[in-house]
Design a binder for this molecule. Structure first.
Ligand code: FMN
Length: 175
């Protein structure tokens, strides 16, 4: 049956729906896993994000999903950010800020009252990396977010030292 004001009226399987309502209304994660969201201008940050996926999987992360914020449906990305309990944000620096698809993504999360998650940050910049600071400024407006102490800073192209830093970040994120 459909109520003209509120949509379908559920009559079966109520426990399932009430459980979902409880999770969503209290901003709890649905699954133990990591969502990696990246925004890359030329592709180097994308490579770093894919490397981070490999590292997390090798370190035993239960589930790791990855999305390109410039190409994939923004609302699916918001959904994945809510689904998992941990998130990696990887972005290029852009005009002394963060690349716009990442900025838009974070404002979507902020507008939806995103909270109760653990976040790791990877920034990329060629002359004055600014993505990390800008992402942190937006995240700081969210409630109950733990930001990993280790921030990985890449200068243009992923290097061996960055891979070591990403291993440190993955340990901290999965702790
Ligand atoms: C329009 C534009 C603006 C940029 N602004 C900055 C900046 O403010 N600071 C910086 O360090 N790098 C800046 N960059 C360099 C990018 O961050 C660079 O593309 C990145 O470090 C390499 O990663 P990517 O291959 O994922 O884009 C800019 C690049 C472009 C094209």
């Amino acid at each position: 049956m459909i109520c003209p004001l509120h949509g379908p009226i559920l009559k079966e399987n109520l426990e399932y729906y009430i459980n979902k309502y409880d999770i969503w209304s209290s901003y709890k994660p649905e699954e133990d896993g990591v969502f990696i969201a990246f925004a890359s201008i030329h592709g180097n940050t994308a490579n770093a994000a894919r490397k981070m996926k490999e590292i997390l999987e090798r370190k035993g992360a239960k589930k790791v999903v990855i999305s390109d914020l410039s190409r994939e449906d923004m609302h699916e990305c918001v959904e994945d950010a809510f689904r998992y309990d941990k998130i990696i944000l990887a972005s290029s620096s852009y005009n002394m800020g963060v690349f716009t698809p990442m900025e838009q993504f974070l404002y979507h999360l902020l507008n939806k009252n995103y909270q109760n998650r653990k976040i790791g940050i990877i920034e990329n910049g060629t002359w004055a990396p600014s993505a990390g600071k800008t992402m942190k400024e937006i995240i700081s407006k969210m409630k109950n977010i733990t930001i990993c102490e280790k921030i990985v800073t890449i200068k243009s192209v992923l290097k061996e030292e960055n891979i070591n830093e990403m291993k440190v970040l993955s340990d901290e994120l999965l702790k």
